[in-house]
Design a protein around this ligand. Structure first.
Ligand code: 5GP
Length: 235
């Protein structure tokens, strides 16, 4: 497999074409961002950690019958993925109140929710990724009603698998963000990454943050805690 033209450079990843049709080469970067890019730093080791954590999680999800765009890890900071057309949505699922949910609704962080709730955000940097509802998703032609139902069902199934996976390694899955893509035949697949950048992970015993909130809130160094998440996933 050969890495070819650079197709896209995002905040956390570079995406390259390969010599095989339908297969892309992803390089995870050491850049950390928050507040829609307003806070930005280089964090040595972050790209390698997120690549390895995402790879382990996508492998474990596949073993539980949940497929994604992931093909294989290539090196510490690179992986191969299937090419998909990204759906411009951030699908957030919340098990426990935290972050923007707590702020917006005045519900204390750590309050368990009666049932897991799903929120959609329109992935559009220029608009600061606004939260939208199912009808906005339809009117904006992002997804049809049947696809919205499917996205929600997939997100709930992924939540169940992730909650179990993290419970086994002493971590509470507070909330997370997923992105999905469509293959050429229109099949919706899980895409992007699942890592401490995209999930809130709290240590089950201490409630310590094992995620990007350490960076977002200037609470400490993310590298040792991301290393701890990877160590537990690989144990
Ligand atoms: P909140 O809306 O509370 O800020 O985030 C909810 C969950 O989705 C958190 O686990 C957070 O990590 C994830 N999330 C939401 N938006 C983004 C985003 O733009 N980038 C990343 N990496 N994670 C996000």
């Amino acid at each position: 497999m050969e890495k070819q033209t650079l197709l896209y450079e995002g905040k956390a990843k570079k995406l390259y074409q390969t010599d095989e049709a339908g297969v892309l080469w992803v390089e995870y970067l050491n850049q950390a961002t928050a507040l829609n890019g307003a806070k930005k730093d280089t964090v040595a080791g972050k790209g390698a950690l997120n690549n390895q954590i995402t790879s382990r999680i996508f492998e474990k999800l596949a073993a539980k019958g949940i497929n994604s765009h992931f093909i294989q890890q290539l090196s510490e900071s690179e992986q191969l993925i299937k090419e998909v057309t990204m759906i411009p949505l951030e699908v957030v699922l919340r098990n426990i109140a935290a972050g923007s949910f707590s702020k917006r609704l005045g519900i204390a962080e750590g309050t368990p929710l009666t049932f897991p709730i799903i929120e959609f955000y329109f992935k559009e940097d220029a608009l600061d990724d606004p939260m939208i509802n199912d009808e906005h998703v339809q009117v904006l032609n992002i997804a049809s009603p049947a696809e919205i139902t499917e996205l929600k069902a997939m997100t709930r199934a992924i939540n169940q698998a992730l909650v179990e996976m993290f419970q086994e390694i002493g971590i509470r899955l507070v909330d997370f963000k997923l992105e999905f893509g469509k293959t050429a035949d229109g099949t919706i697949v899980l895409a992007d990454e699942i890592s401490p950048d995209t999930c809130r992970l709290w240590d089950a015993k201490t409630n310590d943050h094992l995620d990007k909130d350490l960076y977002r809130r200037d609470l400490g160094d993310i590298v040792p805690v991301y290393q701890e998440v990877l160590r537990r996933l690989e144990a």
